[in-house]
Write a protein that binds this ligand. Structure first.
Ligand SMILES: CC(C)(COP(=O)(O)OP(=O)(O)OC[C@H]1O[C@@H](n2cnc3c(N)ncnc32)[C@H](O)[C@@H]1OP(=O)(O)O)[C@@H](O)C(=O)NCCC(=O)NCCS
Length: 371
């Protein structure tokens, strides 16, 4: 546990909030030390907080499909390019909620991302608000001018809805997360579609366009492809539709690709990569990645997919994704499903996913507050 230092605004660290008039138990907030390894002596809080987030997600989506294990998550918390901090709220010593403050890589990023999760049984007592204030104070202190939140939302049928400014997708105004954010002045900036593909998939047979070929690998990027992958990773920060979120172009070099690959390796999931090579230039112009947990009962997650703009319109997105799904069946058959996330206005990518058999499974929102 690290004491809260330099956080302006209301400070809750080490202090116990007074009981409410109804006698509900008070809570404390403190910062979690990120352990060096999941077996370290100080890993208990990180592990407990991960369990809390999984329960909150499961309460929204109706299953533990989205849960990561603490061991899978820990490497991301050591990412030097995208620093993040975690705060937890405790009632009687038990972790009941968590806030995260994180920033995108880069020197002049105006925005910070904040996430707050509170267990359903202790909501409505100001715990979420206090966690939020703690994380938001860091962003304000660092001079950020935009606060952003990516939140899963319960799909509540009927009642008032808030429409994405992109014109695609909406979320229920009655979802606790939406209410919480609206009360703090946030506006909806984009709606995503979470989709699920039941396995085994039967991807359509797509002819590979002339002039391009496919390469696949598992684990770290081969040395001679690091520079190409740097370009493709950077493209992921600019090419997908961003709605009204603040997302700055990222700088990627070979060292960062190596770093992200090492981190992926440390997660204990299998990373399956499929890429499209432009034969005339021997350069990679598209890629897609799946991450596969060791446990066969758990779903696979789709990670980035991008085809560089100059090479679009040849069905390369479909070709590369279908190839990676075929490889998944070959290398790790037996998982129940694949999950993916796309902007609801990203009609090309959604069309590819629908053709592959993905079905909508939820609509998370990205929200922003301009300070
Ligand atoms: C959104 C979320 C974090 C709120 O957590 P919480 O602990 O209930 O937050 P608070 O108690 O501070 O505020 C929630 C509500 O309780 C009210 N409240 C706060 N203190 C209260 C108290 N002492 N007594 C009664 N009501 C209280 C607030 O006014 C607020 O009302 P609203 O829903 O109409 O806006 C929680 O619902 C959650 O984890 N949702 C899923 C994750 C999510 O959507 N996160 C997005 C936000 S980053």
């Amino acid at each position: 546990m690290r004491a809260l230092v330099g956080v302006r605004g209301r400070r809750y660290s080490g202090r116990t909030m007074p009981s409410t008039p109804t006698g509900t138990p008070s809570f404390t907030i403190d910062e979690v030390t990120i352990p060096a390894s999941i077996d370290a002596a100080d890993a208990a809080d990180f592990i407990e907080a991960t369990g809390v987030v999984s329960r909150v997600e499961a309460d929204i989506v109706g299953s533990f499909d989205l849960a990561y294990t603490p061991a899978e998550l820990l490497p991301t918390w050591h990412d030097p390019y995208e620093p993040r901090r975690m705060f937890v709220a405790r009632v009687d010593g038990r972790i009941v909620g968590r806030a995260v403050h994180e920033v995108q890589s880069g020197d002049a990023v105006p925005s910070a991302w904040i996430t707050v999760d509170v267990l359903p049984e202790v909501r409505g007592r100001g715990i979420g608000g206090a966690l939020y204030d703690t994380a938001a104070a860091i962003a304000v202190n660092e001079g950020r001018t935009v606060l952003q939140v990516f939140a899963m939302h319960r799909d509540i049928a009927g009642g008032e809805r808030i429409t994405s400014p992109t014109g695609y997708g909406s979320v229920s105004r009655h979802d606790p997360g939406a209410r919480f954010l609206l009360a703090r002045g946030y506006r909806l900036a984009q709606v995503d579609r979470m989709s699920r593909l039941p396995l085994p998939a039967s991807p359509p047979v797509v002819e590979q366009p002339a002039g391009y070929s496919l390469e696949v690998w598992e684990g770290p990027t081969p040395e001679h492809r690091l520079a190409d992958l740097a370009i493709l990773h950077a493209a992921m920060s600019t090419e997908p539709p961003l709605g009204e979120t603040d997302y700055q172009p990222e700088v990627w070099d070979e060292a960062r690709v190596r770093d992200v690959d090492t981190r992926g390796d440390a997660e204990g999931r299998r990373w399956l990569t499929a890429v499209v090579r432009h034969d005339a230039t021997d350069s990679l112009v598209g890629f897609t990645q799946l991450t596969v947990p060791a446990d066969l009962s758990r779903p696979v997650f789709q990670q980035d997919t991008v085809v560089l703009e100059a090479h679009r319109g040849h069905r390369l997105g479909m070709v590369v994704k279908a190839a990676n799904l075929a490889r998944l069946e070959e290398l790790a058959p037996g998982h129940p499903s694949v999950y993916t996330w796309n902007a609801e206005e990203n009609r090309h990518m959604l069309a590819v996913n629908e053709a592959l058999g993905f079905v909508a499974a939820g609509y998370p929102g990205s929200w922003r507050l301009d300070l």
